[in-house]
Design a protein around this ligand. Structure first.
Ligand code: SAH
Length: 339
């Protein structure tokens, strides 16, 4: 098993079970995440016998970078996993730091009609260490620290709840990567029971909801999950989430030409979100060669934005990264594997 799968408590347990001290766990965390060892032999302050035990039970890196594409302020990685499955992650360089968009599953079962990732059904969930390693490998490659993490790559994080929350716990620890919870964002298509569970999670991470439509009729066409968890219930649980956590929620809204970008859609969206402490992030669609959707015109995007503004909805237009390097969800993998 990968050592990066272990929370600090699990590591403490390991050392105690082997007759060593609990604080070794913190020492090991520093070697793993701050000094970034690539071999257990580099460790100086842990006894030889204990290092042998570690080597016997755990591996270090289990994933590899197999492809990389660079654009302006963006780097996209294709990784291979131990079972030879492939996943993607995207680095985005902002003025406030560097963020990494990590994948949470191999494939995805949500079947959103506009999304490239969903063209391949879920093969399996990623384990926490496979998400942690996406960060470590990107940091190694960039020789820079990643300050922000968004779980918005391939997969639905709330369809892999246990491992994703474990991942957050590991990278958030002050002696590991120390990525502050306010610098971590989870994006979900709206799996209501997991949003409920997440509000009791206790971490101050950001929640983003992929909304993409203001009515059930349209949303169910774009996102089949809406048939199971319709808008009214989704908005209700989000309001409960905001009340309970005191955190603002982001609503992502991809603008698809002539599908959900009309003035009437903007008005309906404003109506739906009225009075909710959140903000809308308008996303210019990344066109993909396999799907027929088109990106809204810049004029339409601005019109949509203006209507929301006029109706007192907090709104931003997402800065674009990586359109030219197939950095939209699932695109690099599909191109490499010709799916
Ligand atoms: N399953 C999660 C997280 C992965 S998708 C979710 O649904 O939120 C991350 C975000 O990228 C979602 O908002 C998704 O709708 C959006 N997305 C998918 N394909 C896209 C594309 N081609 N262009 C722009 N955004 C896209």
């Amino acid at each position: 098993m990968s050592i990066y799968q272990l929370t600090i408590e699990e590591l403490e347990q390991f050392f105690v079970n082997k007759g060593d001290k609990k604080f070794r766990a913190i020492q090991l965390y520093e070697w793993l995440y701050q000094k970034k060892i690539t071999s257990f032999d580099e460790i100086k302050n842990i006894k030889k016998e204990m290092l042998t035990e570690l080597k016997k039970n755990y591996s270090l890196r289990t994933i590899n970078i197999i492809d990389k594409e660079e654009g302006k302020d963006v780097v996209k990685y294709l990784f291979s996993l131990e079972d030879d499955e492939k996943i993607e992650a995207v680095v985005m360089k902002h003025d406030y730091g560097i963020s990494l968009c990590v994948s949470s599953q191999v494939g995805c079962n949500m079947s959103c009609t506009f999304c490239e990732s969903g063209r391949r059904k879920k093969v399996r969930n990623l384990l926490a260490h496979e998400m942690v390693e996406q960060i470590l490998l990107a940091e190694d490659d960039l020789e820079k620290r990643i300050s922000h993490v968004v779980v918005m790559g391939i997969g639905e994080p709330f369809d892999n709840y246990e491992e994703v929350t474990k991942f957050i716990k590991i990278i958030n620890h002050p002696k590991s990567l120390a990525i502050g919870s306010r610098h971590i964002t989870i994006s979900t298509c709206g799996i209501i029971p997991k949003i409920k569970e997440f509000m009791n999670y206790g971490y101050q991470v950001n929640l983003a909801i992929s909304l993409h439509a203001p009515t059930d009729e349209l949303r169910s066409q774009l996102m089949p999950i809406n048939k199971r968890y319709p808008l009214k219930d989704l908005i209700e649980v989000v309001e409960e989430y905001i009340k309970k956590t005191n955190r603002r929620v982001t609503f992502e809204y991809i603008l698809l030409k002539d599908v959900n970008d009309k003035e009437i859609d903007a008005l309906a969206l404003a109506q739906l979100l009225k009075g909710i402490n959140g903000y809308v992030n308008l996303i210019p669609y990344n066109e993909t060669s396999y799907l027929h959707y088109k990106r809204s015109t810049p004029l339409q995007i601005v019109r949509f934005y203006d209507i929301l503004k006029k109706n007192k909805i907090n709104v931003t237009i997402r800065r674009e990264f990586g359109g030219n390097i197939s950095a939209a969800c699932g695109q690099l993998r599909s191109r490499k594997e010709k799916l």
